[in-house]
Design a protein around this ligand. Sequence first.
Ligand SMILES: [Zn+2]
Length: 85
Amino acid sequence: MTPQEAHHDQQSITAPSGHEHAWCVESSHPTSTGRVLYVHCSRCGVRRVDLQEHTLVPPVALSRELPGSLLLAELAAGADSIHGA
Ligand SMILES: [Zn+2]
């Protein structure tokens, strides 16, 4: 049984299965709920946003794994809906 990568409707996300993402933190900033980490995989370039609620717990993914441009678009859309509420 080989898990198929979920297809995004327009962009085909290059997510070579079989490697464990090597997440590198590009930047981070503290929020009221914890530290938001902007990470990317140094091996395949996929980006993700994580939230680390405490320095002693591992971060959890806030976003899906996306190419940088898509991730920014998704974040922008999310921020817009928050402000629009
Ligand atoms: Zn990777």
